[in-house]
Design a binder for this molecule. Structure first.
Ligand SMILES: [Zn+2]
Length: 109
């Protein structure tokens, strides 16, 4: 993934975080940036925010955008739709088939 796309997705993730903090916690989004994000751990138990925070962590580590299962790059289209996606299309399909079989209805994207 090129730096511009990474930056674009990082912005999208930050926007989602700020949106959630404003909507659910009444926090002023302007006061939150990547450097003080961890100080805003009032949302520690919030699964959506944790997902987003994890995605930012993966960007920092340089592993963002790769499937956590097969390590292949996840398509940019998927990441644009769902910036916290962990799986490539093939693995997501396999997993969802597996979940269906085991009758677990939990969403995995
Ligand atoms: Zn995969």
């Amino acid at each position: 993934m090129d730096a511009r796309t990474t930056h674009e997705l990082q912005e999208a993730i930050m926007n989602r975080i700020q949106h959630i903090l404003l909507q659910n916690y009444g926090q002023n989004p302007d006061s939150i940036n990547q450097n003080n994000l961890d100080a805003h751990l009032a949302f520690k138990g919030d699964p959506q925010l944790n997902e987003l925070r994890l995605a930012l962590y993966r960007i920092k580590k340089g592993t963002y955008g790769n499937c956590i299962y097969c390590k292949k790059p996840i398509s940019i289209d998927i990441l644009r739709r769902s910036p916290t996606a962990h799986f490539c299309e093939a693995c997501a399909a396999k997993l969802s088939a597996h979940l269906k079989r085991s009758k677990l209805q939990k969403r995995v994207s």
